[in-house]
Design a protein around this ligand. Structure first.
Ligand SMILES: [Zn+2]
Length: 326
């Protein structure tokens, strides 16, 4: 069987998959709170217990929210590292790969089905073009899919830590606030759960919010979205409006950087939860507003990934490919 993992700063998913021609077939999947475990091996032990029956692993791939260097990866905000050797030690297989989490998600895009996506712009996908993935969640991830010898090959990045590009006077004010708070304005400090809280701080300056009283609570970003989507707080409405426009603009930046004429995929936990705000037009307006490249951007398919296990599925796709090329 194939073992797949998706290790994030908040949540870790581990799954078992059967090989299957179209795409790996999920047999079992379990989720764990990453910071409640002392090591990655401890999560693998918990998973082996939760599966309730013996299984043998022929290949394993794990997406990790952080940079991967060879057979090790370091998670941002988590005290322990991950090593491919831990998977080998636990399950015996030598075929183990660590991938960046967005790189893993990128392996899923060619096998997603119609009910697992929402189309923001149909466009006209160039069959010889590149693609790209952007995903706001606990952090902001981006990956390129470069067309190499006719096939899309995922390429990781740490683009979430690149600079936030302000476009409006309001965003320039936001950059000032972020620079005062953090020393510089990273795009992830706007486009992520914590980023939505920064937008909340920015739009509520000096005013009470009737929806969110504790910005440190784990559910605070979701409450900001709810306050905005229900119209209960005008400042939450502005925070979400700024979030969606900045998200569309950054997706457009990614499309330009990768010349992603075969499609831009929007993954991560936030987009499906705020879909009414993502589909109301402001995301795509900001995506396209890059004269003189408007025409290029109008032709790019833009697709939201609704399957919240896409990262895990992509890791399984990679594990299956490892066996095919073995
Ligand atoms: Zn509010």
């Amino acid at each position: 069987m194939l073992l797949a993992g998706d290790v994030g700063g908040t949540k870790t998913l581990i799954g078992l998959f059967d090989r299957s021609e179209r795409r790996p077939n999920a047999i079992a999947a379990h989720g764990y709170a990453t910071n409640e475990f002392p090591s990655f091996t401890a999560i693998l032990d918990a998973f082996a217990r939760d599966v309730h029956q013996p299984f043998s692993v022929t290949a394993a791939a794990v997406g990790v929210a952080g940079p991967v260097f060879g057979r090790t990866a370091k998670l941002t905000n988590i005290a322990w590292d991950i090593s491919a050797d831990e998977v080998t030690a636990r399950f015996g297989t030598e075929r183990v790969a660590l991938l960046n989490d967005l790189e893993a998600m990128a392996y899923s895009v060619s096998v997603l089905e119609g009910d697992e996506v929402a189309v923001l712009q149909a466009g006209t996908a160039r069959p010889d073009g590149n693609a790209a993935v952007i995903a706001a969640g606990t952090g902001l991830g981006q990956a390129f899919l470069h067309r190499v010898h006719g096939k899309l090959r995922p390429v990781p990045s740490e683009a979430g830590h690149a600079d936030f590009a302000a476009r409006t006077d309001r965003e320039i004010e936001l950059v000032r606030m972020l620079r005062d708070r953090y020393g510089r304005a990273e795009v992830e400090q706007v486009l992520s759960g914590p980023g939505l809280l920064n937008l909340h701080r920015f739009t509520h300056r000096g005013t009470e919010c009737p929806v969110v009283d504790d910005l440190l609570a784990p559910e605070a970003p979701a409450r900001v979205s709810q306050g905005a989507l229900t119209g209960r707080c005008q400042f939450c409405v502005e925070a979400l409006r700024m979030f969606v426009a900045a998200y569309g603009a950054e997706a457009g930046n990614l499309a330009l950087r990768g010349v992603a004429s075969a499609g831009v995929f929007v993954g991560g936990g936030i987009a499906p939860k705020i879909l009414p705000a993502i589909t109301n037009g402001s995301f795509m307006d900001a995506f396209r507003a890059k004269a003189p490249m408007t025409e290029l951007l109008e032709r790019i398919p833009v697709i939201v990934i609704l399957n919240d296990n896409a990262g895990l599925l992509g890791a399984a796709v990679y594990a299956q490919e490892m066996l095919a090329t073995a």
